[in-house]
Design a protein around this ligand. Structure first.
Ligand code: UT7
Length: 323
């Protein structure tokens, strides 16, 4: 008998501080209308002093456990998607585990940039399917604004901070039907962070760490690649476009989201959109959208959800879920 990963509950946490497009107009040569028209973003949350990837992830995890009616002692695996760990090590997953007080269980980070949510879900799902782990916390947490170049208007208007968490439990009833993970490192030049530990930090503010992106080239590849993965996911499950109740996409750009919805012949009212309020929160974004969809009552038990994401690497992935 196949073991599925069933979603028991979700949670999310956003930093208190909100930065609007008007706030950004004071920092770089941009304007609210450009940002809205090109991205759909109206505001984003920015981590303040004392707020880190692990504190946001921990708060989201606690809310997901509460929604599941569980305590940390019921969990035996933590997988965190992040590109912005508090520290190189211990991993963010270990820091969150310490905060939850469930010491001894497996805990790891997965770095797949903006596809981190789907990658983390894919990894946890495989562990649960194997039967070796019973209940997992899948967390996506980021503080990308900490590595944004606030002088670069082509990137600084896009990103925001936040965290999301999903509790999965092994079940005989269908839950996660399939996950599909891909990467092509040949596109590293189009979207990257400029320095790392091994290449050496620079004697510059923030160690020279900045996000660099050739936005329009990333945009084009994202649209075609997401169209492909949606087809791959439906084919693997022998399903039609009309079998999907909700599209829960990575929230990078409303135009990319609309293009994917169009490929699925879906109406925008079947698509969860949070990019307007959150900006691009990288590995946190799909989980944030899922949590909002569940808590607002849009997504109901039994609905079929298609989650997808695309990001630096390039990495991309999808998950088809019977909620
Ligand atoms: O999640 C990870 C994956 N990342 C993504 O999926 C992001 C994908 N890319 C995008 O979302 C879009 O490419 C952007 C929103 C980043 C940019 O939109 P675009 O329609 O591709 O614009 P563009 O880069 O082609 O730039 C058009 C113009 C340029 O001016 P010129 O050369 O036409 O005079 C830019 O300099 O817009 C200018 N521009 C801006 N103007 C005002 C770029 N950024 C800004 C800005 N405010 N913030």
């Amino acid at each position: 008998m196949r073991i599925y990963s069933k979603i028991l509950g979700t949670g999310s946490q956003l930093p208190e501080r909100i930065m609007t497009n008007a706030d950004l107009e004071k920092i770089v040569d941009t304007d609210d209308q450009w940002i809205r028209d090109r991205t759909g973003i109206e505001q984003r949350h920015v981590a303040g002093d004392g707020e880190t990837t692990s504190t946001l992830g921990l708060a989201a995890a606690k809310k997901a456990l509460e929604a599941s009616g569980l305590t940390a002692d019921d969990i035996d695996l933590i997988v965190v998607g992040t590109t912005t760990p508090d520290l190189v090590f211990p991993s963010t997953a270990c820091l969150i585990q310490k905060g939850l007080g469930c010491r001894g269980i497996a805990a790891m980070d997965v770095n797949a940039a903006c596809s981190g949510s789907i990658y983390a879900l894919g990894v946890a799902d495989k562990f649960i399917q194997s039967g070796q782990h019973k209940r997992a916390l899948v967390i996506g947490a980021e503080t990308l604004t900490r590595m944004v170049d606030w002088n670069d208007r082509t990137t600084c208007v896009l990103f925001g901070d936040g965290a999301s968490a999903i509790v999965l439990e092994g079940s005989e009833e269908p839950g996660v039907l399939s996950t599909h993970l891909h990467a092509d490192g040949g596109y590293d030049h189009l979207l990257n962070a400029t320095v790392g530990v091994s290449t050496g930090l620079k004697n510059e503010p923030n160690g020279g760490l900045k996000i660099r992106m050739k936005g329009n080239e990333v945009f084009k590849t994202a649209v075609t690649t997401l169209g492909r993965i949606v087809k791959e996911t439906l084919k693997a499950n022998n399903m039609k476009k009309t079998d999907i109740d909700w599209l829960i996409p990575h929230q990078a750009n409303l135009r990319i989201i609309s293009a994917t919805a169009k490929k699925l012949s879906m109406d925008m009212d079947q698509v969860i959109v949070t990019v307007n309020k959150h900006g691009n929160t990288s590995a946190a974004s799909v989980g944030l959208a899922l949590d909002e969809a569940i808590r607002s009552g849009k997504v109901a038990r039994g609905d079929v959800l298609l989650l997808e994401a695309f990001g630096g690497g390039f990495t991309w992935g999808s998950a088809l879920i019977k909620y």
